[in-house]
Design a protein around this ligand. Structure first.
Ligand SMILES: [Zn+2]
Length: 86
């Protein structure tokens, strides 16, 4: 699938040419082609919806990992925090 398109011409009748300086132009109107965005608005919306479901899960994992590290090294983490003040 071509990632470039002309915003002025119908997508059915578009043919693309390479200009002498290497820029892709529309064969019909001669305007430089516009790059299609890799992610469209629908994909962004589904990504946000997926994040809304995954965010609590990720937060829970972070909290659990923090709990484990705090339980393992209670003295070291306290001394590290104290040493930051001096
Ligand atoms: Zn065009």
């Amino acid at each position: 699938m071509n990632r470039y398109y002309c915003p002025y011409c119908s997508s059915c009748y578009q043919f693309h040419k390479m200009r002498s300086d290497g820029v892709l132009i529309c064969g019909q109107c001669g305007d430089p082609l516009i790059k299609k965005p890799l992610i469209n608005s629908r994909q962004i919306f589904s990504l946000i919806a997926a994040l809304a479901f995954l965010a609590p899960l990720l937060l829970m994992i972070v909290v659990v990992i923090n709990d484990i590290t705090n339980q393992k090294l209670p003295n070291n983490s306290e001394s590290l925090v104290l040493s930051d003040f001096y």
